[in-house]
Design a protein around this ligand. Structure first.
Ligand SMILES: Nc1ncnc2c1ncn2[C@@H]1O[C@H](COP(=O)(O)OP(=O)(O)OP(=O)(O)O)[C@@H](O)[C@H]1O
Length: 558
């Protein structure tokens, strides 16, 4: 690439370019992590109004961690340009899948919409609106996971021009982008997956979005209601939230295609993405002109003012722990369920099983085997609640036999450790990046060393196996295990005991509730742990794992 490049990264190759800039595959020099860097187009990088808005969005974006959202690492500005450093997704855009393969079929379309809605739910919960959803901004990874990218990159007031075929009527009238416009766009993308073309094509896009009848006849009967609801002309007639829409999707999909629809749909999406990746990149469609009679109102404020609180799908886990069946279907977005683990074979008498009747021993053995085979993963972790939280961490870890796991991550805490920093943990040493230098310290104590310690312990697989081992109640529903363990017993556990002693002391909780979801190979994919009542003095840990087997070689940075 010519000109300015973000310091500290070595470029490998260009991944492509669009209206907002060019994307380059690069390596973070100190850690060896591959990233994607989007160099913003000159006009955008010089657009002061856009930059001000994007700078404000950068912090919440960097804290948004979700398996259906491309991780945002940094927004770097210099006198010579501006760039977004983000997670590199090994996959292809949905635009490319559609161009190469045409309609995806209903199951893959539903799986894509499900992933998109989970990503939007996580974003909306943090008051982040995407603003210009279209197939180019949905990346499909090698496991058929839909991941959203390019949040907030359309300058305010230009959202409809960025994706005219996916832009709700109110955007054409100059209204700001909102969660409801994101849901409209997600539905239009879903429609395109089902039919091979967006709901409205041709001229006068604005008028069609405002007035044309919703063309639901072209989609399979059981999915028409989803299309009518999501493409409603009036924003308040659309689903109330991404989580609500997801629940409706689940219901429609299960009744039309049976409970394994998601596993089948994801499998099909994986096939389509793999085939599309093997074909040459198709030429980009010409951007359609904004042919609406009403021009986009210049200077319309983006980002929305007072927004309703959006319920993160993960909140559903809270209800899961309380036994809510509806929430269970929401969480259950991955139906590759693990088989029943074989009961422990032993000549010694069977231990008393926890209430709920699930024996944790064979499950723990399967988790140990599965994670030993794939000793590293990407993870995200967030701890919220009373007494010095939130703490967040996101990155990769490597499980090293006979030693503590090593981490490379971005983390943030509160107080003096509020600013998100890049960190590496090898053995008990923490390296925090300060400018171009890495500052080494010991883990634990206060500030960043305490944040790193909390992330490391809370996000560890050992935390999950300890909870299972200590459970006095344990039940299984599909791929989710949920239960309860006494805080006093957890506090005695080697390694993470002090973390639970603190949690219980700070919240007064006697019992720790938890829910863990596994993939078909018994590798954990999501977890939720809570000390204390739902309302009141409590602490909650939430985390997710992906890309098991990534085995990042985490080295001491120089
Ligand atoms: N995080 C990422 N990881 C891997 N590939 C990516 C990532 N982000 C973008 N790409 C790829 O880089 C190419 C260019 O992306 P870009 O976002 O510029 O395209 P676009 O969405 O079509 O354009 P624009 O949004 O600027 O109009 C696409 O092929 C896209 O799939």
């Amino acid at each position: 690439m010519n000109g300015w490049t973000v310091p500290g990264f070595t470029h490998e190759r260009e991944l492509g370019g669009g209206t907002s800039g060019r994307v380059v595959l690069a390596v973070d020099d100190p850690t060896g992590t591959k990233v994607a860097i989007k160099y913003l187009d000159g006009a955008l990088a010089a657009d002061e109004a856009f930059l001000t808005r994007f700078r404000a969005a950068a912090r919440p974006l960097s804290q948004l961690e979700d398996p259906n959202v491309v991780d945002f690492y940094d927004f770097v500005e210099s006198a010579d340009g501006a760039a977004i450093v983000m997670q590199r997704v090994d996959g292809v855009s949905l635009r490319r899948v559609l161009a190469a393969q045409g309609p995806t079929g209903p199951l893959a379309a539903l799986s894509m919409l499900g992933g998109t809605l989970l990503g939007l739910a996580a974003a909306h919960e943090r008051d982040i609106v995407h603003g210009s959803m279209r197939p180019a901004n949905v990346l499909v990874d090698g496991e058929g996971n839909a991941r959203l990218t390019d949040f907030a990159t359309a300058p305010a007031g230009t959202e409809a021009q960025h994706g005219p075929q996916y832009a709700a009527a109110e955007l054409w009238d100059g209204a700001p982008a909102t969660p409801a416009t994101d849901l409209y766009a997600a539905t239009a993308i879903f429609y395109e997956c089902l039919t091979g073309h967006p709901p409205y094509t041709g001229r006068n896009m604005a008028r069609q979005h405002r007035e044309a009848p919703i063309p639901a006849d072209e989609v399979p009967g059981p999915l028409r209601e989803l299309i009518h609801h999501g493409l409603a002309k009036e924003p308040d007639k659309r689903p109330k939230s991404a989580a609500d829409y997801l629940a409706a999707l689940e219901e429609a999909a299960v009744s039309a295609y049976g409970p394994s629809w998601e596993a089948q749909g994801r499998g099909r999406l994986t096939e389509l993405a793999t085939q599309a990746a093997q074909q040459p990149e198709p030429p980009k469609p010409k951007p359609s002109r904004s042919s609406g009679r009403n021009p986009i109102v210049a200077g319309a404020q983006g980002g929305g003012g007072s927004r309703a609180r959006w319920i993160l799908a993960a909140v559903a886990v809270l209800v899961v722990a309380a036994g809510g069946a509806g929430a269970m279907t929401l969480l259950n977005n991955d139906d590759k369920q693990p088989p029943e683990p074989t009961p422990a074979q032993s000549s010694t008498p069977q231990p008393t099983l926890p209430a709920g009747g699930v024996d944790p021993a064979p499950l723990i053995a399967r988790i140990d085997q599965a994670t030993a085979k794939a000793p590293g993963a990407a993870f995200s972790y967030r701890q919220t609640g009373c007494c010095g939280f939130p703490v967040t961490g996101r990155g990769t870890f490597g499980l090293v036999q006979g030693a503590s796991p090593s981490y490379t991550m971005k983390m943030a805490g509160t107080g003096s450790a509020r600013k998100a920093v890049q960190a590496v943990v090898v053995q008990d040493r923490l390296y925090v990046r300060a400018g171009k230098k890495w500052r080494p310290t010991q883990l634990g104590g206060r500030g960043y060393p305490a944040v790193a310690d909390q992330v490391r312990q809370g996000s560890s697989v050992a935390n999950l196996t300890t909870l299972l081992r200590s459970a006095t109640r344990l039940t299984r529903s599909g791929s989710i295990y949920q239960g309860e363990a006494p805080a006093a017993k957890l506090a005695q556990s080697p390694g993470i005991g002090p973390m639970y002693a603190r949690m219980s002391q700070e919240t007064g909780a006697q019992q720790i509730a938890f829910a863990i979801k596994f993939d078909a190979g018994f590798r954990p994919v999501k977890f939720w742990v809570r000390a204390g009542p739902e309302k009141g003095r409590n602490q909650t840990q939430r985390g997710s794992y992906s890309q098991w087997g990534r085995k990042p070689a985490v080295k001491v940075p120089r």
